[in-house]
Design a protein around this ligand. Structure first.
Ligand code: COA
Length: 163
């Protein structure tokens, strides 16, 4: 699901073989054990197959500052699965790991990716010019961030208390 043209156009190319994906899982487990990274597979209610992933990686020792990324199979776009998953990941990132600042980068041409970040309350910070190489094209990327205090404010607006 992640290797289709519409999903992988603006992201680092996902592994295209089962063996390649197994290596990715092994790498993900090592990085998680080392305290650098976490990857969640998205399995919708009623299915037993993963249809996407959310990833979070540290940008500095101790996970004060981190970056996240996500991809879902295109049949599941526009189903609210993204917003639901994003909420769980933000809870994990800020409340469990204790991240202070969470960054995301999205190619400017990736309208859905930018729309998705905007709608879950990420703040647009600036353009990283020619920062992402994909299929021979250097794309400009938008830098987005969510701060721990933004997350706390979102929760209090929604009347949700997690700690
Ligand atoms: C990014 C991704 C996980 C988001 O999931 P999704 O289900 O498509 O996201 P949603 O539909 O919930 O939200 C996207 C928002 O962008 C908006 N949007 C879609 N196309 C748009 C366009 N051309 N211009 C502006 N906004 C657009 C949608 O209307 C939606 O907002 P709304 O729900 O308020 O209407 C999914 O699109 C994906 O896997 N993309 C491929 C991988 C990828 O690009 N990852 C992100 C890298 S930053």
């Amino acid at each position: 699901m992640l290797t289709t043209e519409e999903v992988s156009r603006f992201i680092s190319p996902p592994p295209t073989t089962v063996e390649g994906f197994e290596k990715f899982i092994q790498w993900a487990q090592q990085e998680r054990a080392a305290g650098n990274y976490a990857c969640y597979a998205v399995v919708p209610n009623g299915l037993d197959t993963a249809i996407g992933i959310f990833q979070v990686r540290t940008l500095e020792p101790g996970f004060g500052m981190a970056e996240w990324g996500f991809a879902l199979g295109s049949q599941f776009w526009g189903t609210n699965l993204f917003a639901e998953g994003a909420r769980l990941i933000l809870g994990f990132t800020f409340d469990t790991i204790g991240v202070r600042r969470l960054e995301a980068r999205a190619a400017i041409a990736n309208a859905r990716g930018n729309g998705a970040l905007r709608k879950i309350g990420a703040v647009q910070e600036g353009v990283l010019r020619r920062s992402f190489l994909r299929n021979g094209v250097h794309h400009d990327q938008m830098l987005w961030s969510i701060l721990a205090e933004d997350w706390t404010e979102q929760l209090s607006r929604q009347g949700t208390v997690t700690h």
